[in-house]
Design a protein around this ligand. Structure first.
Ligand code: SAM
Length: 285
């Protein structure tokens, strides 16, 4: 029987993924999955290319490769996703945190480096990516994280505990969960679902068939929850408090219109992503 080495497996799997239509990052996917099975980082994997892989590991790896071939996201197979250099537990109950959301977190950290303790709420926390990475970097802040999905909150709590952060979790619809909080907040942040019904239908299968629809879609036009946040956030913000929301490509003009119509904000900014597209709205009351 053939003895498979690490390099054999990586090369075979890369080709197999390519032929099966897993074309975005077939080599990376193969390396991450094999590293996961062998409990090695990618660097360690490179240093072990000639190492034989034994049948037990081979059989686990084969199962993961089959599930990846059926488009299961790698992060759901490994239950890991790095966000803001922090290792998050993820599974199919939550959206896999995306790099563009790091722009929002970095912006908030950057704008608050010289301030004292701050109160902040993260609406639609999902895996806790935003709330946990902020709490990790700013342990003195008072942070509330909410979600309408009880399942998502369970994952966020796992991540908060894993990284020893103090966060108050609340379940419920958008800002209604803040009714019983006495104080107002310095910041409200959110990465809400913002995909229209039309765009939802053409999402790649890795996303549409695996990530929670509740975390992605905001029918019908993708703008419903963004509009609610813009309209109601001022009721929960301190004077000069800020609202920062991730928005989708092409939503800038509509979002600008909501802000102007609300007549409740004195400043409006859009933070671009690396390709220059406005991805984060920041408004100040
Ligand atoms: C795009 S995901 C963001 C998850 C996480 N904050 C991140 O950036 O990776 C949106 C989250 O909002 C939650 N959500 C959807 N509708 C909601 C609503 N009406 N009220 C509160 N949370 C909601 C979903 O369950 C999901 O966890």
């Amino acid at each position: 029987m053939k003895t498979w080495t690490v390099l054999d497996l990586v090369e075979w799997t890369e080709n197999y993924f390519r032929e099966s239509g897993i074309i975005a990052t077939p080599r990376l996917d193969a390396e991450v999955l094999l590293g996961f099975v062998l409990q090695k980082s990618r660097l360690q994997l490179y240093l072990s290319f000639e190492m034989p892989v034994f049948p037990d590991h081979l059989s686990v790896f084969r199962q993961l490769v089959q599930r990846r071939k059926e488009h299961t996201p790698v992060s759901y197979l490994t239950n890991h996703r790095e966000f803001m250099s922090i290792d998050f537990y993820v599974d199919s109950r939550v959206l896999i945190p995306r790099p563009e959301t790091e722009i929002l977190v970095e912006y908030v950290l950057d704008r608050t480096s010289t301030h004292g303790p701050i109160s902040l709420v993260d609406i639609g926390t999902g895996s806790g990516a935003i709330a946990v990475s902020l709490a990790f970097n700013r342990p003195e802040w008072y942070i509330v994280a909410t979600d309408i999905s009880i399942d998502a909150l369970a994952v966020a709590k796992t991540n908060a505990t894993r990284h020893q952060t103090q966060i108050e979790f609340r379940s419920g619809d958008m800002l209604s969960t803040l009714e019983s909080v006495d104080d107002k907040f310095d910041w409200i942040v959110s990465n809400p679902p913002y995909i229209s019904s039309q765009d939802y239908k053409i999402l790649p299968p890795d996303v549409r068939n695996f990530e929670p629809k509740l975390a992605l879609a905001s029918p019908p036009d993708g703008l419903q929850l963004i509009r609610i946040l813009i309209e109601s956030a001022p009721n929960y913000l301190k004077p000069n408090g800020r609202l920062a929301i991730e928005i989708g490509k092409g939503q800038r003009l509509d979002v600008e219109d909501f802000v102007h119509r609300s007549k409740k904000y004195q400043k409006i900014d859009f933070i671009p992503d690396l390709s220059g597209v406005a991805r984060i709205l920041v408004v100040q009351v």
